[in-house]
Design a protein around this ligand. Structure first.
Ligand code: AMO
Length: 435
């Protein structure tokens, strides 16, 4: 017989039925004539109640002294009970130990005292057993499903581009070098060049959800070295506003779908997910800079981003907002960004912010080969090293644009997590390559 899976949640609807559950032993308490075992599976925790006189005495003996977090399988009858947490208990007739946990646990699963994040991440498999931690990954999975559905509705094709590259696209400082059979190669910082090449290939609307790698030496709560990048690229757009409207619609749909799914599954994070009322405010870079009393020469820092987010919330009542019309000076290294023909000091680039956190950046690209090569040279990039990328522009490239969105940052924001590392199962940063 196959082992039972994720049954705990269904028990309240199965009163009187004989069932088998399996999971981790959260706790075992014997109080005179009765004993309680809490068994946690992938859907919740079930109270198993053993009663002297009714329950086989051998079952008490099996559980007595069994280490917490050992794995057990329990067969029994579901019975309504006002005293148990979820209004239902399991009266066991058979019990089997599937795996004994070692003692002591390096990290408690039900401890009241919160452990430090580093200790939690060192022992992530135990940390992930906590329902509140699992809730984050249920949110994440719903969000990704919501994004995929939103892209599908708009006719996008899901693609996968290579992560081992000969060239980077986002500047040399954050490139991870790897030894590729004795030759130098790099881990992809972004699918940027490939998603543009797919527009040249005539695919018109593509998206990708895949890891991106950045050698971020800074230790912050919003940077990791491996993050999930949700990238989109769209052909035949010329006005950056068309790209913003697409991104806005997709985010609104995905966040709404996530909220609904979490409400349905009674996920505790559901209440923190905002109901969105588009349009999101569009704040020109120059307006945001003026409000902060600063110039247009470099990008906003963390505190400035926070101030812009607070202002958007206060003045427009929106947790999401666009910062538009990035100055060309700020995007000098972004050679693929289109500079406005009527005002070359501004690009068609924007950021999407969520509560003071930059979530996405994107815009219109330069699709004209001569101008692109000019941008490259100005950025100190040798076009000769990008021959296969440029081939796309030599043989018919539609005007196009797109964006890259940091999934981990969005999950961090939606789940209200203080640190981005908590939004990934096994995060990577400068100091962490394990587990
Ligand atoms: P950018 O470099 O702004 O743009 O990255 C896009 C988004 O990715 C997320 N992000 C990160 N998340 C966690 N840790 C990091 N180290 C990290 N770096 C970036 C952010 C950011 O907004 N090619 C362009 C996108 C485009 O133009 O289409 C790009 O990569 O949420």
């Amino acid at each position: 017989m196959p082992l039972p899976r994720r049954l705990s949640r269904e028990l309240p609807e199965r009163d009187g039925e004989s069932v088998r559950i399996a999971g981790h032993l959260e706790e075992y308490r014997a109080l005179g004539g009765v004993a309680f075992a809490l068994v946690r599976d992938g859907s919740g925790t079930t109270q198993v109640t053993l009663k002297k006189g009714t329950t086989d005495p051998a079952l008490f003996a099996t559980l007595e002294g069994l280490a917490r977090e050992s794995v057990v399988e329990v067969e029994g009858t579901v019975s309504r009970s006002t005293k148990s947490r979820r209004g239902v208990e399991l009266l066991p007739s058979r019990l089997e130990i599937l795996s004994v946990a070692e003692v002591p646990l390096p990290l408690g699963v039900v401890d009241r005292v919160p452990a430090e994040l580093n200790v939690r991440l060192d022992h992530r498999i135990l940390d992930l057993r906590k329902p509140a931690v699992r809730a984050v990954f249920e949110l994440r999975a719903e969000l990704l499903a919501g994004f995929r559905a939103a892209f599908a509705r708009r006719g996008f094709l899901e693609v996968e581009t290579p992560k081992l590259l000969r060239q980077g696209a986002e500047g040399g400082a954050t490139l991870f070098a790897v030894d590729y059979f004795g030759a130098p190669a790099f881990l992809a910082q972004s699918p940027q060049l490939y998603k543009q090449m797919l527009i040249a290939a005539g695919l018109e609307r593509v998206f990708e959800i895949a890891p991106a790698f950045r050698a971020e030496p800074s230790d912050t709560v919003r940077h990791i070295t491996e993050f999930a990048s949700l990238d989109a690229e769209v052909g035949y757009v010329t006005d950056p506003e068309e790209i913003r409207a697409l991104l806005e619609g997709i985010v609104v749909d995905a966040v709404a779908a996530t909220r609904e799914a979490l409400l349905r599954s009674a996920n505790p994070l559901a209440s923190g997910i905002p109901e969105l009322h588009p349009p999101f405010p569009r704040i020109p870079f120059a307006t945001a800079a003026a409000a902060l009393g600063r110039g247009l020469d470099d990008d906003f820092g963390t505190d400035e981003e926070k101030a812009i987010g607070e202002r958007a919330e206060r003045e427009h009542g929106s947790p999401f907002y666009f910062v538009t019309d990035y100055p060309s000076a700020v995007k000098a290294g972004t050679f693929y960004a289109w500079r406005r023909d009527d005002d070359p000091s501004r690009t068609g680039y924007f950021d999407l912010g969520f509560r003071g956190l930059e979530i996405a950046s994107g815009g219109r690209r330069e699709h004209r080969l001569d101008r692109l090569q000019e941008n490259m040279r100005r950025a100190g990039v040798d076009p000769a090293r990008f021959a296969s990328y440029l081939e796309g522009f030599r043989f018919g490239m539609p005007p196009h644009g797109g964006w890259g969105l940091g999934v981990d940052r969005l999950v961090q924001g939606l789940a209200g997590l203080p640190n981005i590392r908590e939004a990934r199962l096994f995060p990577r940063d400068r100091y962490r390559l394990e587990p």
